[in-house]
Design a protein around this ligand. Sequence first.
Ligand SMILES: *Cc1c(COP(=O)(O)O)cnc(C)c1O
Ligand code: SF4
Length: 523
Amino acid sequence: MSEQEIRAGAAVQVTAEAPFVNLRDPAQALGADGKPARSRRAPRWADVPDEKWDDWRWQLSNRVNDLEEIEGILELTDEEREGLSAPDKFRVDITPYFLSLIDPKDPNDPLRRQVIPLGREAQAFTGMMEDSLAEDRHSPVPGLVHRYPDRVLMLVTTQCASYCRYCTRSRIVGDASQNFNRKEHEAQLDYLRRTPQVRDVLISGGDGLTLAPRLLESILRGLREIPHIEIIRIGSRVPVFLPQRVDDELCAMLEKYHPLWINLHFNHPDEITPEVSRAVDKLTRAGLPVGNQSVLLAGVNDCVHIQRALVHKLVENRIRPYYLYQCDLVEGSGHFRTPVGKGLEIMEGLRGHTSGYAVPTYVIDAPGGGGKIPVMPNYLISYSDHKVVLRNYEGHITTYEEPPTYQRHDSASCTYCQHERPEPGQSGVLGLLEGERMWIEPKGFAEIHSRGNIEQHRLQDPAKWVPYGVGAIEGRSREALSVLGAGDASAAEPNGEKPEYGPGEEPRPREGEPTGSAHGELL
Ligand SMILES: *Cc1c(COP(=O)(O)O)cnc(C)c1O
Ligand code: SF4
């Protein structure tokens, strides 16, 4: 037996003895003790038995919200103390699970910055609005935002598992006195029953997955009883703050209401823990396509290397990056704002550099309520040093005011920048920027010319392309050709046959000739 055969034999034996363990699947990750991996738990909760810790009800009822309690877990800065003691601040409430992920000594921890308020939250800024997306104005019944022709946003609760400092809906979110009840859900369903153009309902809030399971199910059933509603989507941050909530019971309930999609909200790779991987695995196994939207936040994820690590971790968990949002002009979020150029830089660093599946669409939710606008040509009309002019899908023109100040991302202290993923041999346009060369030709361009192989170039071969259409008269192609000086007319019709194509049409390729799609390759 050759060495190879022996090895192959050994491999067969191994597979027969032990089931295959896929070490690359993050949902199967094991800890040092050989049990499913767990993330860090703050010393404060070291004695809590696992059954309690893993119970979402325990996590919710043991959330942390006051200064003293947080002080016992994290080393707070003066500005955090100021933020936490502000009397009219946006609600603070953090699950023990999420608080445990935070580095207690690092005031710049990206998870910490999303949930622990700073004194500067109270600062107003130019362009700041309470309801920056004018959702209240677009609501035919309370909590239902009908902005787009065929889809609605249905706010079913004001409660979340934990509260994000930059929340777009901080005007109502977290406030139990503004919560929606069954009567309002019924009014929302009633509007949907009599509005047949709605085919897509996005359940959000607050966070629909914090509702009592039976209440959530009654809403889903109410929606599924409306025949014109094709898809239902849930937007949720529960799997981030409270992955324990995604249990088998919840998934069994959800899968009854397909086609059901879910969009999660991860902003930083550190949020994707083994607990999260197992929760997301359950969702995908229940048949829900899982997407992600991130908000671009100064001091959290305004870095192409962090964003790249994030989208890689997302696709490893079978989560498809959907949107990267520009931070809204909402109260309390001034210090999170980044210039639009930062978002463009991140997109530039993703597209082509990583799998197309891993690239989200960068959008600005139009201030004043024009909907989400992709930051790309056709929609990005103009860009000055302080303002961006945008067009929405209906043709409305709107503007987005850039932040007047922005504290640049600190690459020197960013571990993701320090461990930049190398791209050997892929210098892109850097050569131009650094002055090494003046231009870049399309691939293969120089070879075609050096071979004198110009006739392969479809546009240069008069037999293959007839530039008429402008001023040409049907049936007089020869004349048109000579008028336009497009070369030898006889070459276009070597046998004196009548052309098979009319003015303005492209000649069809003859047998063996390169086709339109081959044309791109020749360039
Ligand atoms: C985001 C949003 C939607 C869904 O928009 P998509 O681009 O289809 O994801 C619908 N309605 C409102 C009010 C929204 O804010
Ligand atoms: S989970 Fe969503 S709705 Fe809730 S506070 Fe965070 S951003 Fe706002």
